[in-house]
Design a protein around this ligand. Structure first.
Ligand code: RP5
Length: 167
């Protein structure tokens, strides 16, 4: 079994969850992707999530929108850490998804990232696993350094060329 399980409630969530997969690909972390809806496939979801720990999975990343029960249901079925990704929605802008995912009862946490925060979900999973891997921790340091260098370049351009260079 791969190290991370990426679960989404619908194929309509794929553009956001693909960002998660891209991050895991970049760090060489193995993952499995599933479409399993908490409301439409409750039994199949429960069976799958219950088996994740025994299969060697370390982190679950669950993305869903609207009345987004998926991350919380995953957390109720496994002791593995669950990261929730709220989808932006057309009617309520994703606040519906965010509130559904973040307001878990005490005892069953879900680490919730921003609306459409698929990339950060992947990064958080990598950082969790980097606690036990010096190699992965070094990769995280390199990633952070490259981010800082990119910001340095932008500031240097601003100082050299002025703000109009960005318009
Ligand atoms: C949720 O309902 C899914 O996670 C998705 O974000 C939302 C809408 O699903 P579809 O109607 O697009 O399948 O369960």
């Amino acid at each position: 079994m791969p190290q991370v399980s990426i679960i989404m409630g619908s194929d309509s969530d794929m553009p956001v969850m693909a960002k998660t997969a891209e991050i895991l690909d970049m760090f060489g972390v193995s993952y499995e992707m599933r479409i399993l809806s908490a409301h439409r496939q409750p039994e199949a979801l429960g069976e799958y999530v219950k088996g994740l720990k025994a299969s060697g999975c370390k982190v679950v990343i669950a993305g869903a929108g609207k009345a987004a029960a998926l991350p919380g249901v995953c957390a109720s079925y496994t002791p593995l850490p669950v990261i929730g990704v709220p989808m932006k929605t057309s009617d309520l802008g994703g606040v519906d998804s965010l509130y559904s995912i973040v307001q878990m009862p005490t005892g069953v946490p879900v680490a919730t990232v921003a609306i459409n925060g698929g990339a950060n979900a992947g990064l958080l999973a990598v950082q969790m696993m980097a606690v036990y891997s010096e190699e992965l921790a070094a990769e995280v340091e390199l990633y952070r350094a490259s981010q800082a260098a990119s910001c340095d370049d932008k500031d240097a351009k601003l100082q050299a060329e002025g703000y109009k260079a960005f318009l």
